[in-house]
Design a protein around this ligand. Structure first.
Ligand SMILES: [Zn+2]
Ligand SMILES: [Zn+2]
Length: 414
């Protein structure tokens, strides 16, 4: 019996692991500059939290959530996204009082039962941020610029920022009505859309099955109230002044119910499909809907796997610097302790001086020839050989594995 990773999951190793941790590292740096603090939430939550926040009629809640009962019969769900959990934590820990800046970021695994394809998995990684208690268009613009900078930091510079406004409680109902009226005339809507038409007509706009039938649908921009119009144009002028190029996209609605006003997606031609690398928007009512005080908020999330797929296509991985590999070998078994102690010291020195090295060896009971063969296999650039005669004079042999040359060096000089 052999085992394989469950369908839709993947092991992250090699360049992908390097890329993943570099992406996280860059993200942490950018978040810190913008004053965001990390918030880690559990991987599973009360299933009702997601149903309530993401929306009953969304694909995520209808088809994609991993829901299970624990041994006490509690209905739990693996988190399909980060925002609901962060809002829950924000309310639970009274962060409106404790962390008045209201800026949080998260990094971690999410779970959705989707059809696996390139860059899309059932367990995947997201990096995201939420900016609570700020209704200013500057908060929207900051989130969009931040998401954009994060993609730039990992070498993805050919991107398209799509933005739209979904309006507010005053103007969106009019748009919904117009949609219901128009979609009512479309023939042979898919099963999902027939249901959405009743419950959440906005969701029709991103139906993957029927989208080709919706050529002349109403645009939210024609229904925005004056406040929403002002807000939308302010966000746009801030983006312009930050040098962020964008496209207004009237068809953009996002797959979650909680958005209000600004929504955005960042796409790249580097990954073939229409799917976004990063996306987000404003959700001014969600905190209240989940039991908190009225707290306007805006956030985004970025899909690490898709971003790394795009980064790979731009040749980003080739530019990653790998550490220099050093192999410590012994020509005489009796020097094993000395060689081991040297290897340990070298690692510690490297840690102190932040030197980019990896140290391998020593191994005992292997001939020097075999040790050096192994050093070649792991692509070590240098082998440091402990040999009896040289060691008695306080020296070791340093072999250049590529040039096949060697010199004697005093141990103290290394
Ligand atoms: Zn409005
Ligand atoms: Zn449909």
């Amino acid at each position: 019996m052999t085992y394989k990773a469950p369908r839709g999951t993947h092991d992250v190793f090699g360049n992908n692991a390097l890329g993943m941790s570099l992406l996280e590292q860059k993200a942490r740096g950018i978040f810190q500059k913008h004053g965001f603090e990390e918030l880690r939430t559990p991987i599973f939550e009360d299933a009702a939290l997601f149903m309530r926040s993401i929306g009953q009629t969304t694909d995520i809640v209808e088809k994609e959530m991993y829901i299970f009962e624990d041994r006490k019969g509690r209905k739990l769900a693996l988190r399909p996204e980060g925002t609901a959990s962060l809002v829950r934590a924000f309310i639970e820990h009274r962060m409106d009082v404790l962390t008045p800046a209201g800026k949080f970021f998260y990094v971690g695994e999410m779970f959705r039962y989707e059809r696996p394809q390139a860059g899309r998995y059932r367990q995947f990684h997201q990096i995201g941020a939420e900016f609570f208690d700020n209704s200013s268009p500057a908060a929207d613009a900051e989130i969009i610029v931040l998401a954009q900078d994060l993609l730039f930091a990992i070498g993805i510079d050919k991107i398209n920022v799509h933005i739209n406004s979904l309006g507010c409680q005053n103007c969106r109902p009019l748009f919904r009505e117009a949609l219901v009226k128009d979609f009512g005339f479309v023939e042979n809507l898919c099963e999902d859309c027939v249901r959405r038409l009743e419950k959440n007509p906005l969701r029709l706009l991103d139906c993957k099955v029927d989208s080709y039938k919706f050529t002349a649908v109403p645009q939210m921009s024609d229904y925005l109230c004056d406040d929403c119009k002002d807000n939308f144009s302010l966000v746009q002028s801030l983006l312009k002044s930050a040098g962020c190029a964008y496209t207004v996209d009237g068809k953009l609605v996002r797959g979650l119910d909680y958005y209000t006003r600004i929504v955005f997606e960042i796409r790249s031609d580097a990954v073939g499909s229409q799917d976004a690398l990063a996306a987000g928007g404003r959700y001014d009512n969600l905190v209240e809907e989940l039991g908190g005080k009225h707290t306007p908020a805006v956030g985004f999330a970025l899909g690490c796997e898709r971003v790394l797929l795009a980064a790979e296509k731009t040749g980003f991985f080739n530019s990653l610097k790998k550490p220099e590999k050093i192999f410590v070998a012994i020509a005489d078994q009796e020097l094993f302790n000395e060689a081991f102690s040297f290897a340990t010291k070298t690692v510690r020195k490297g840690l102190k001086s932040n030197k980019d090295i990896s140290v391998f060896g020593p191994v005992n009971n292997k001939s020097l020839t075999n040790q050096l063969k192994f050093a070649d296999k792991i692509k070590a650039s240098k082998a440091i050989v402990f040999a009896k005669t040289e060691f008695e004079n306080g020296k070791v042999l340093v072999k250049d594995m590529k040039e096949k040359t060697q010199i004697e060096i005093s141990i103290n000089e290394l």
